[in-house]
Design a protein around this ligand. Structure first.
Ligand code: CMP
Length: 480
């Protein structure tokens, strides 16, 4: 509870207590006068009984406030000293029992002539009223107690209750009902007595509860490749636990294609809807890059078999235009640019997906065709952004031109299409454009300085550039 709300509650409580105490005190002091006044006006019921009943009522109010204060102090102390956070149900039982005892004491004190024991045991009417009126309430109450004692689930767990499959996160277990918040942010109250009769599926908060997502492929797509591609795509998605690697397996050989399932373990089960959706999205992008295909119903099966190369896709003009706008390719002839465009392969990445991972081997470079990427290095376990690259920028040249592992992570900031250019195509370009190697070595030396931390940036820019130049020439077998 926030501090101002807590203070407001205390002030309200103190004011209510003061008023109740004052009213009781005044009534007690003027009881004789009130009685005399009533005697003049009414005969039945006797003024004596009326005054005592009002006294009982006022004492009841004071007693209730007293019990609430006792409750707050007692459970507040238990939480402060021993970190025991008593459930609402226990607090309510405490209040009800303490209040009933106080009221009974006050009753016997104010009405000594009434034999309460006899009243309870002999009054058939009382029994019937209690039996009928409190049937549901008592049912809920005792079911609530058994839920508290068993503790099959706790606040924060996800549960699915009964045939209607009410699903949500448990917010409260009171003496009457279980309150759950559904994934549409609605509140559902399920009476304890109903819950006690229904099956309840529990997904405890601290437990890794598995989820299963389905997808399919064409019969022509290799299962080994599909399983590898999907497992890699899923394990990197947010909220997928690293403790148990996702499992991808064939579920059945269906009418339209091979049916698969991915079993994964969300870190926070309450977010499974978003995570399932993210996984489907990642599978789509991974399929597109790997040339895998979802299985359509048989009658539309032949309609779409998209080739991966964007040029073969009829997008050649746009690709050649994009490449000719890249600074380093500006000196290339139209034929050379067309050759590069034909060799380029397009890949689409989802926002947040990794295009290049630091430390991996790499034999190609990329040009950002649409979208944006971020270049990141890990420094003391934390990511540091080195650069953000936009449409027309290139990356991945360092590993391609030197044969060394990738120097940084590059991840898509939005849906991003990149054009991948491989070793062979670049070698052909270098053979006819020796100056390009020099320009590139200069850019790479500059980028290396951006990658280095303050302390290890020792080599001067021209030294570094000369070193890279000869490394590229060696790697591509060009004349030194
Ligand atoms: P490579 O090492 O193959 O893979 C990671 C890529 O990140 C790298 O090639 C460069 O293309 C790119 N990169 C590294 N440092 C920078 C930088 N300072 N500015 C822009 N891009 C960079």
């Amino acid at each position: 509870m926030s501090r101002p709300r807590f203070n407001n509650k205390i002030v309200l409580f103190l004011v209510a207590s003061a008023i109740a105490l004052l009213a009781t005190y005044l009534f007690w002091s003027f009881a004789a006068e009130v009685k005399a006044l009533l005697e003049q006006r009414i005969r039945n019921p006797s003024p004596d009984t009326l005054v005592t009943a009002v006294k009982l009522f006022l004492v009841g109010i004071v007693g209730y406030l007293f019990v609430r204060a006792l409750n707050a102090i007692f459970f507040g102390l238990a939480f402060r000293l021993k970190r025991i956070d008593a459930p609402t149900l226990i607090r309510n039982i405490f209040t009800i029992v303490a209040f009933t005892i106080l009221l009974l004491i006050a009753f016997t004190f104010l009405f000594p002539e009434v034999n309460l024991g006899a009243l309870f045991t002999t009054s058939a009417i009382f029994g019937v009223i209690l039996g009928l009126a409190l049937q549901d309430t008592l049912g809920n109450f005792f079911a609530g107690i058994s839920l508290q004692a068993d503790r099959p689930f706790q606040v924060g767990d996800v549960i699915i209750v009964g045939a209607q499959r009410h699903t949500g996160v448990v917010e409260e277990i009171s003496w009457r009902a279980i309150k759950i918040r559904t994934f549409n942010n609605h509140v559902v109250l399920i009476a304890n007595s109903t819950a006690a009769k229904e099956p309840i599926e529990v997904f405890p908060r601290g437990n890794l509860n598995a989820r299963i997502v389905f997808f399919n492929t064409l019969y022509t797509d290799s299962p080994a490749k599909t399983i590898h591609v999907v497992r890699e795509a899923v394990r990197e998605a947010d909220n997928v636990s690293e403790k148990i690697p996702p499992i991808v397996r064939i579920r059945s050989l269906g009418d339209n294609g091979v049916d698969y399932e991915v079993k994964y373990w969300p870190i926070d089960y309450a977010k499974f809807n978003d995570t399932d959706a993210l996984i489907r999205q990642r599978i789509w992008y991974a399929f597109r890059r790997a040339g895998l295909n979802f299985a359509f119903p048989t009658r539309t099966l032949h309609v779409e078999r998209r080739p991966i190369s964007a040029v073969r896709d009829g997008d050649g003009g746009a690709i050649a235009e994009r490449l000719s706008a890249v600074d380093i390719f500006a000196p290339l002839s139209a034929d050379e640019t067309t050759m590069l465009a034909q060799a380029a392969v397009s890949h689409v990445f989802a926002p947040g997906e990794m295009v290049i991972r630091a430390g991996d081997p790499g034999s190609s470079m990329f040009v950002v065709h649409h979208g944006r990427v971020r270049v990141q290095v890990s420094e003391n376990g934390r990511p540091r952004t080195v650069a953000t690259l936009n449409e027309g920028d290139f990356f991945g040249e360092m590993a391609l031109f030197t044969g060394e592992p990738r120097t940084a992570n590059v991840l898509a900031l939005e849906e991003t299409e990149v054009l991948e250019i491989g070793h062979a195509a670049m070698k052909r370009v270098f053979d006819t454009n020796p100056d390009l190697v020099e320009t590139l070595s200069f850019i790479m030396a500059e980028r290396r300085q951006g990658l280095a931390t303050q302390t290890d940036a020792t080599a001067t820019h021209s030294d570094a550039s000369a070193g890279i130049l000869s490394a590229i020439k060696r790697f591509f077998g060009l004349h030194q």
